[in-house]
Design a protein around this ligand. Structure first.
Ligand code: FES
Ligand code: FES
Length: 255
């Protein structure tokens, strides 16, 4: 059978201090004689408790101290690769040519916001989960945070700033306004771009995950179809009911 001392080489000495302090304790033994100069039992108990707590804290910090003193992992010692030099990238955004001097690893989202100054497109999660950064590339919706700007040279990019006509909002924008389909509005540019592409996809006969028979075009754009097709665009304000109503009306207006 293993005894406590069998573990002695593996246990820090502070643990044994703690054990000894606890085993020598007699907090309720008031019958023992004490001399007036020595601390009262209550003081002794409190002091021993504090000593024990300090020992326990030291024991708990041992792995942490060890981790701090451990050599850094191999990755941390590897120097970061040097930045690639900026290069001119030509982008067609909302029908206008932009020449942006950007490093090749700049995402389309950052190129739009930080270099082209088109801040209508929003950065939510920056990892493809919220849809706030949705823009249209050649009419198809994409998450601009998940793609590099240099990959879209020569392609037609449309952001929320480019959806409206010269003097009037688009049908989707008008429907969002009429249905009050927003609260804080942060997700709205992505929702509007996504809804615009969603209606175009439906008009082209694309099926969705809730289409009953994917071999044929869905007969009508039901609320279930709208919810499924817009499910990549999150709204933290929970304006979903009004967003669905806006998309439904925009579809009816375009039919
Ligand atoms: S910011 Fe791109 S998906 Fe969230
Ligand atoms: S309106 Fe606030 S996140 Fe959608």
């Amino acid at each position: 059978m293993l005894r406590a001392l069998d573990f002695a080489p593996y246990v820090p000495s502070s643990f044994w201090s703690l054990s000894n302090a606890m085993s020598n304790e007699h907090p309720l033994d008031t019958s023992r004689e004490r001399d007036d100069a020595s601390p009262a039992p209550a003081d002794l108990t409190r002091r021993r408790f504090l000593q024990s707590a300090a020992a326990a804290a030291a024991l708990g910090s041992v792995p942490h101290l060890h981790a701090q003193n451990a050599p850094p992992p191999a990755d941390a010692a590897t120097p970061a690769p040097p930045l690639a030099p900026a290069q001119p990238v030509k982008l067609d955004i909302n029908g206008r040519e932009y020449v942006l001097h950007i490093e090749p690893r700049v995402t389309l989202l950052d190129a739009l916001r930080d270099y082209a100054g088109l801040t209508g497109t929003k950065k939510g999660c920056d990892r493809g989960q919220c849809g706030a950064c949705t823009v249209l590339v050649e009419g198809r919706r994409i998450n601009s945070c998940l793609t590099l700007a240099v990959m879209h040279e020569g392609q037609r990019i449309t952001t929320v700033e480019g959806l409206a006509g010269t003097d009037a909002p688009s049908a989707v924008q008008r429907a969002f306004i009429e249905h009050d389909a927003l609260q804080c509005g942060y997700c709205t540019p992505g929702q509007v771009c996504s809804a615009t592409a969603c209606l175009a996809e439906f008009a082209a006969g694309a099926a969705s995950a809730v289409t009953a028979d994917v071999r044929t075009s869905p007969a009508q754009l039901s609320d279930a179809e709208i919810r499924e097709r817009m499910s990549g665009n999150l709204c933290r304000c929970g304006a979903y009911a009004n967003i669905v109503a806006a998309v439904r009306d925009a579809h009816a207006a375009s039919a």
